[in-house]
Write a protein that binds this ligand. Sequence first.
Ligand SMILES: [Zn+2]
Ligand SMILES: [Zn+2]
Length: 303
Amino acid sequence: MEELKLVFLGTAASVPTKERNLSAVALKHLGEWLLFDCPEGTQRQMMTAGVSYLKIRYIFISHFHADHFLGLPGMLATMSIHQRDYPITIFGPKGIRQRVGQAIDLSMLKINFEVRCKEVKKGTIVDEEKFLVRAFPLKHEVPCYGYSFREADKLGEFSREKALTLQIPEGPLWGKLQKGEAVKIGLKTFKPEQVMDLSKGRRGRKVSVIFDTRPDKEYFNEIKESDVLVHEATFLQELASRAIQTKHSTAKEAGAVAAQTRCKKLVLTHISARNKEEQKLENEARQEFADVTVAKDLMEIKL
Ligand SMILES: [Zn+2]
Ligand SMILES: [Zn+2]
């Protein structure tokens, strides 16, 4: 299976601590990185974790609170110094273009590559052959988006030999067959099962990243059956009223979300500085959902 892994670059809420940088997650797929949020300190965490600046393809910003966004100018500066010469695309809520523009102005940056900004709405925002990414609104104090990464399903194992024996020429027709479409050459129609071993098919892996939010049914459908659900858990249940007030989630609530959406694994992040006791967070979530991990900085998960 192709490499797919997550690296937790930071795991703190609001303010960094000695043990935790502010929350960000990097996802590696086929040698490239997707970055979810970019708070201050992210670049240094990337260096430690071995996440290449030059191999970041997309950055997804959940919202414009300082603890999710302020690392961008420094990151763009470093990319520029390292002679990045191909575009980067930054997704975020309405206003992303202006915010990124202001950040570049404020820091007097001269960026020598193209920075593309895209405002997201609910729906598919990246649609590539090997994966797609969807955005969907969360319920926070300000407009905030969650994202889910979905690897393309693999229908089966394609046999080059069979295709050549049937005299199907290499090229776009092969791609169509691999996607499950029948193709026509002259009067002959070829079906995918003639060139594919369908017993080797598998469902694509799914990772969802949910930063600041109250639990909300609106996004449950988007994250359902994720192999890994990364969910914020800013508070313990004893501070449930704070969670409601500041539009965050408790660990127990995050556990309930994972259970209700039938995810396979839950990773709690965006941990409040007062939560020195990770075990408590974990136990609380575990009342609702069995496979829970409280993220630590630089922790990796391979899927
Ligand atoms: Zn936050
Ligand atoms: Zn926030």
